[in-house]
Design a protein around this ligand. Structure first.
Ligand code: HEM
Length: 542
């Protein structure tokens, strides 16, 4: 932006200089200069002045965010960017700042090129940003560059009235009555993953890496929910799992490219990791586009509807989108559909699979809790293979474990916003264009809310919550307000169905010690680097 402004005004200056040359005779009072020289001279002067102001004057002497507390140990040009990328965790250094200023509403830090950035801390600041003024914020350009190719133009990148309308159309798909019908599918997939564990036990001496099978199975579940067809039936040259693995699990070099691309667009550079990423995205789009095209055509024809399955009624999200948008007179096109489908597929599987993996990891670390959960599961199932929704939801310890895992290991590492206009939050004016970080860990690991043992895994704490921890905003894994996660009931159900199946069939022992699991950084999902291993033993052998 600065370059555009300086270029425009330098071009104007060059024109003015040329016109003046027509009126003044060349001489010592009006030297003859090359037009390019005039342009370059003016550009350089202006650019240096503008950048000095932005880098060294505005942030230190004029920014309204100066009054907020925050770290002062930033790099003089790169702010905290290097520390974020080299900290070894996508939630650091943010959590250490929260521990230092737990009572702050917001913490101010310097980002790339000393631009102002804000970490939102207090529940009240979260409420004002995510609920009361939800649509006064949008998504920053760097976030768009980071995830748009993966999630497309679905809910995440919609704002204002458009967002409200699309959410309304899609809300039916996440209604509890509809979700309950997905339990058999989830149970079937849980059995499948148990069989995979069972097979791998034999040739890995019991040690299983939880991430690959869970990532694959949660992708299967969300794909069947969204597209209405199991992935195995799709005749694709490159399987979906492989495509998503390329996108979500790049090499270290791929991670570096993603991070740099967020700051300066470089996806167009023809280097190996970029080519792999772009090819995977193109394959994904082509596959989904084909399915969407067929479904739209199918829905338009009587024949298709009557072939759709039991009673001719399809239940998947894609079909609901086609039907409901039509019923509301919106007639969504292919672009709308592909955006939503991509968003649900991306948002709905890595988050869930990693949450389940972290939960198994904690059960392995805390065998007494694991035994209690097994007992609860056996009692609730009463010997039956399949369970009703009410029986699953009545499992108190399982519910506590679910919340506690999401509290200490929130799958969504961050969400971000950019102020679309100057706006006052908790008494501080946030200038238009400021980037905000919203991190569940800022709430979950805050000792003022969760006490001095905030970082410890203790599912039983949910039986006797007190003070700030008992308030609704103390649990922020899905954030809140009109943009809060629409998939939270879905994910809770899938988590519970999988966990019940696992503890009924296996006993887990720790391989990785608490706090010693390296993490992928940067990452929008809290992912263990190189997988997460446990030792699994079949229950009938225990
Ligand atoms: C453990 C699992 C999950 C976690 C921790 C999680 C977390 C979140 C969070 C924190 C947001 C808010 C992002 C923001 O405000 O910018 C969000 C949004 C969203 N989530 Fe989830 N999510 C999970 C599972 C799912 C599932 C299973 C689905 C779909 C089936 C889903 C679909 C979405 C969508 C579409 C949005 C965007 C909502 C909007 O902007 O209106 N999520 N999720």
């Amino acid at each position: 932006m600065d370059i555009i402004v300086c270029t425009t005004s330098s071009l104007l200056g060059r024109l003015v200089w040329a016109r003046m040359g027509e009126f003044f005779a060349p001489g010592p009072s009006f030297p003859t200069l090359e037009p390019t020289g005039v342009f370059l001279f003016l550009f350089l002067i202006q650019y240096v002045i503008v950048k000095t102001y932005r880098l060294f004057i505005y942030p230190y002497f004029l920014s309204p965010l100066r009054s907020l507390p925050g770290p002062k140990d930033h790099h003089f040009l790169l702010g905290q960017t290097l520390r974020q990328f080299t900290s070894g965790s996508p939630t650091e250094p943010y959590t250490s700042w929260v521990r230092k200023w737990p009572g702050a509403d917001m913490i101010r830090y310097f980002s790339f090129l000393n631009s102002d950035a804000v970490l939102v801390v207090s529940p009240e600041a979260h409420r004002q940003i995510l609920q009361a003024n939800c649509y006064a914020f949008t998504k920053p350009a760097w976030y768009y560059r980071l995830i748009f190719p993966i999630v497309g133009r679905g809910l995440v990148f919609m704002d204002g009235d458009e967002h409200k309308l699309h959410r309304k159309v899609l809300s039916g798909a996440f209604a509890l009555t509809h979700l309950k019908k997905l339990i058999p599918l989830m149970e079937e997939k849980a059995t499948e993953v148990c069989m995979q564990f069972d097979t791998s036990i034999d040739y890995t001496q019991g040690i299983i890496n939880l991430i690959p099978p869970l990532s694959r199975i949660t992708l299967d579940v969300i794909a069947t929910t969204v597209l209405g067809v199991p992935l195995a039936t799709l005749d694709a040259a490159t399987p979906f799992h492989q495509i998503y693995q390329t996108v979500f699990d790049p090499s270290t070099w791929g991670l570096v490219l993603s991070a740099v691309n967020a700051v300066v667009p470089i996806r167009w550079l023809s280097v190996g990791e970029n080519r792999r990423f772009n090819r995977a995205i193109a394959q994904l789009h082509a596959l989904l586009r084909e399915i969407i095209r067929l479904r739209v055509a199918d829905e338009a024809s009587e024949k298709g509807r009557s072939q759709a399955g039991d009673g001719g009624e399809r239940k998947d999200i894609l079909t609901r989108m086609v039907q409901e948008s039509k019923a509301m007179g919106l007639e969504w096109g292919e672009e709308d559909m592909i955006g939503h489908v991509l968003t649900f597929m991306a948002a709905g599987h890595e988050t869930t699979s990693n949450t389940i993996a972290w939960a198994v990891h904690y059960l392995a670390l805390y065998p007494d809790i694991q035994d209690r959960l097994r007992e609860e599961a056996l009692e609730a199932a009463g010997g039956a293979q399949n369970m009703e929704y009410a029986a699953i939801e009545n499992m108190k310890l399982l519910d506590n474990i679910y919340r506690e895992v999401l509290r200490v290991r929130s799958a969504a590492t961050f969400a971000t916003r950019e102020a679309a206009r100057d706006i006052e939050i908790c008494g501080t004016v946030i200038p238009k264009g400021t980037s905000l970080m919203l991190m569940p860990c800022a709430t979950h690991l805050n000792p003022l809310i969760w006490g001095p043992r905030a970082a410890e895994f203790d599912p039983d704490r949910w039986d006797s919550l007190q003070g700030e921890a008992a308030k609704p905003h103390a649990f922020a894994a899905f954030l809140m307000g009109p943009r809060g996660c629409p998939g939270q009931v879905y994910t809770r159900l899938e988590f519970k169905v999988m966990m019940i199946a696992f503890v009924r069939k296996f006993r887990f022992y720790a391989v990785e010690r608490e706090g010693e699991v390296p993490l992928v950084n940067p990452s929008v999902v809290l992912r263990p680097k190189g997988g997460l291993r446990v030792f699994a033993q079949r229950i009938n052998q225990a």
